[in-house]
Design a protein around this ligand. Structure first.
Ligand SMILES: Cc1cc2nc3c(=O)[nH]c(=O)nc-3n(C[C@H](O)[C@H](O)[C@H](O)COP(=O)(O)OP(=O)(O)OC[C@H]3O[C@@H](n4cnc5c(N)ncnc54)[C@H](O)[C@@H]3O)c2cc1C
Length: 487
C-alpha cells in the first residue's frame, strides 16, 4: 500500500474542491486532489452547470440572500434554541452548536465573503457578467461566469496545476484515518482496479452530495427516489462517501436529508439539464389527464422547484406540459425548453392524448374546463400579467390563456435531482463539527458536502457555496498545517 504525505488532501474536483486546493496551495501548502472521474471528465456537477450566482453586482449578493437562506435554513426549530444562537458562537451551548439548522454566522459569512470570492476568481482570469438565462421571467438578478461552470473548473484546475497541486484521477476517497488525539490523520482511497492508496494530511471533503447513490437516495428520500435521476452525468459521480466517512467518525449532520433540489426535465433527453420551463404558458397534467397544480403562481425562477415537487408526487413521477401554438410566439421561448427531443405535436387534443398515452376524454375535459375558466384579456408573456383563471381548482394565477390554437404540443416532464440537501455541519471556517458542536481537528468540508438547505433551495447559491467555502476551507487548512513547503 502506498502512503503519501501532503499538508492538505482534497476529496473532490468540482468548484468546491478546486477552490480549496488553489487557496491552500496559494498559502504554500502541499496539496493533493482526489477525483473519482478521469481527467477528461473531472469537475463533477460543476462542470455542467451554467453557474448562476445570486448576486446583484460583482461584489454584492442579492437583497434577499440571507433572508431566503435563513427562511429555508431549518425545519421547525425550538425558538428557545434559536434565541440562544443570537450571541457569539463561543457562548452557544453544545446543543445549539450541533443543531440541525443553518447557523446565522454561516449565512452571514457566506454573504459577506461572496464578493471577495468573485474578485479572487477574476484574479486568475474568470470573467463574470449578467447574461441571458433559461428563465423567461425572473424575480432575482443572476451573475454568471462567462463559459459557465466548466470555465470555473478549467480556470481553477489550470491554476492548481501551475501551483504544483498533485492530481489523482480515478481515485475515490473512501474513509478517514484518525490520530489518537481525535484529529484526522488522512484518508484511505481506492484507485481504479481496486488498488488502495493512503494519504496523510488534513482533509477537505468536497466530493458532492449523494445524488449518484441510489441506496442513499432511497434511504433518505424514500422509495419514490427511483423516479429521480441526476440532472446531468456529473451527478452520478457523487455517491455520498464524503458525508458517510465523516458521519462514521462522529460528524454532525446538517441540511434536509429527505430533500433535494428539484428541476423539471424531459426524461427522453440524455443531455445535461434538459429543462422544461415552458409550462407556465400552458397546463400540466398527470397520467389521469388531470391538472394538479397552479402552473404559474409567479415568476418561473421562484416557483419551478415547488411545481417540480408536485410533478414528482404524481404517478410514476411524470407529468406532461400541454401547450398550444401561442407559446411559439413568445420571444426567445426556446430558452425555456433545453430538451433536445422534439415535442409531441397534434392538431387536436384527442390526437395529442393518443400520442402521449393519456385518456383522451379526460384530457379533453381538463382542457375544456381550463379554457372556460380563462378570462378575457391580453397576456403579457414576459412579465407577471395576473391573467388568472376564475373558479378553477387548482387555479392558474398568470398567463391563463385558452389552449385552443392548433397545433397542440406536449412535453413529458419529470423531476430531476440537481443535488441533495443533506450533508455535514461546519462552522464559519468550514471546519467540520462533531455532534457536540466541536470542530474535528484536521477535517473541513465545502460545496454540496456541507448541508445547508431545508425544504426549498435558495436558487443560484450552490456554486457560490462551493466557491466561498472551498476557498475558506483551503486557506484555513493551509494555515493550520505544520509542514508547508518553502517557496
Ligand atoms: C446542470 C446543473 C445546473 C446547475 N445550475 C446551478 C446554478 O445555475 N447555480 C448554482 O448555484 N448551482 C447550480 N447547480 C448546482 C451546482 O452546480 C452544484 O451544486 C455545485 O457545482 C457543486 O459543487 P461541488 O464542488 O460541491 O460538487 P461537484 O461539482 O459535483 O464536485 C464533486 C467532485 O467530487 C468528485 N467525487 C465524488 N465522490 C468522490 C470520492 N469519493 N472521491 C473522490 N472524488 C469524488 C466528483 O467526481 C466531482 O469531481 C447546478 C447543477 C447542475 C448539475
Amino acid at each position: 500500500m502506498t502512503d503519501l504525505q501532503f499538508d492538505v488532501i482534497v476529496a473532490g474536483c468540482g468548484v468546491a474542491g478546486l477552490s480549496a486546493a488553489v487557496s491552500a496551495a496559494e498559502s504554500g501548502a502541499r496539496v493533493a486532489v482526489l477525483e473519482r472521474a478521469t481527467r477528461a471528465e473531472r469537475g463533477g456537477q460543476s462542470r455542467y452547470t451554467e453557474a448562476y450566482l445570486r448576486m446583484k453586482s460583482h461584489s454584492e449578493v442579492t437583497d434577499d440572500f440571507e433572508l431566503h437562506l435563513a427562511r429555508n435554513g431549518s425545519g421547525y426549530v425550538d425558538p428557545d434554541l434559536v434565541q440562544e444562537s443570537a450571541g457569539p458562537r463561543s457562548q452557544w451551548p453544545p446543543l445549539v452548536k450541533a443543531l440541525s439548522f443553518s447557523d446565522p454566522d454561516i449565512i452571514e459569512q457566506f454573504a459577506n465573503a461572496a464578493g471577495a470570492t468573485v474578485a479572487w476568481f477574476e484574479g486568475f482570469g474568470v470573467r463574470f457578467d449578467f447574461l441571458p438565462t433559461q428563465f423567461l421571467t425572473k424575480s432575482q438578478p443572476r451573475l454568471l461566469p462567462v463559459g459557465g461552470g466548466q470555465a470555473l473548473v478549467e480556470a481553477l484546475a489550470a491554476r492548481a496545476e501551475k501551483l504544483g497541486v498533485t492530481f489523482h484521477y480515478e481515485t475515490t476517497a473512501a474513509s478517514l484515518l484518525m490520530n489518537d488525539d481525535g484529529s484526522v490523520a488522512g484518508l484511505r482511497a481506492v484507485q481504479s482496479g481496486n488498488r488502495p492508496l493512503t494519504l496523510s494530511g488534513q482533509v477537505v471533503l468536497a466530493c458532492g452530495g449523494f445524488e449518484g447513490n441510489a441506496e442513499m437516495l432511497t434511504r433518505y428520500i424514500g422509495p419514490r427516489a427511483v423516479y429521480l435521476r441526476p440532472v446531468c452525468k456529473g451527478g452520478y459521480y457523487n455517491r455520498g462517501e464524503g458525508i458517510q466517512m465523516a458521519l462514521a467518525i462522529g460528524a454532525c449532520p446538517c441540511g434536509d436529508f429527505g430533500s433535494y433540489h428539484a428541476e423539471p426535465v424531459d426524461p427522453r433527453s440524455g443531455r445535461a439539464e434538459p429543462s422544461v420551463f415552458i409550462f407556465p404558458y400552458g397546463i400540466l397534467v398527470n397520467h389521469e389527464g388531470l391538472r394538479f397544480t397552479d402552473e404559474a403562481p409567479g415568476t418561473i425562477d421562484a416557483h419551478y422547484e415547488n411545481i417540480t415537487r408536485r410533478i414528482f408526487e404524481q404517478r410514476n413521477g411524470l407529468a406532461h406540459a400541454i401547450l398550444d401554438a401561442r407559446h411559439t410566439r413568445i420571444p426567445n421561448y426556446k430558452l425555456a425548453i433545453q430538451s433536445d427531443q422534439p415535442p409531441f405535436v397534434a392538431n387536436t387534443i384527442a390526437e395529442l392524448a393518443k400520442l402521449i398515452g393519456l385518456p383522451a376524454n379526460a384530457l379533453a375535459r381538463t382542457v375544456n374546463e381550463y379554457n372556460a375558466a380563462c378570462p378575457e384579456g391580453v397576456s403579457r408573456s414576459l412579465e407577471l400579467d395576473a391573467l388568472a383563471t376564475r373558479g378553477l381548482n387548482p387555479p392558474k394565477s398568470n398567463w391563463a390563456t385558452p389552449l385552443n390554437e392548433p397545433p397542440f404540443h406536449a412535453y413529458p416532464v419529470i423531476s430531476s435531482n440537481v443535488f441533495t440537501f443533506g450533508g455535514l455541519k461546519v462552522d464559519a471556517q468550514a471546519r467540520v463539527l462533531n455532534r457536540d458542536g466541536d470542530a474535528i481537528p484536521g477535517l473541513y468540508a465545502a460545496g454540496e458536502t456541507i448541508g445547508m438547505y431545508y425544504g426549498t433551495y435558495t436558487g443560484a447559491t450552490s456554486v457560490l457555496k462551493g466557491m466561498v467555502f472551498g476557498r475558506i476551507a483551503g486557506a484555513v487548512a493551509a494555515g493550520t498545517t505544520t509542514t508547508q513547503k518553502s517557496n
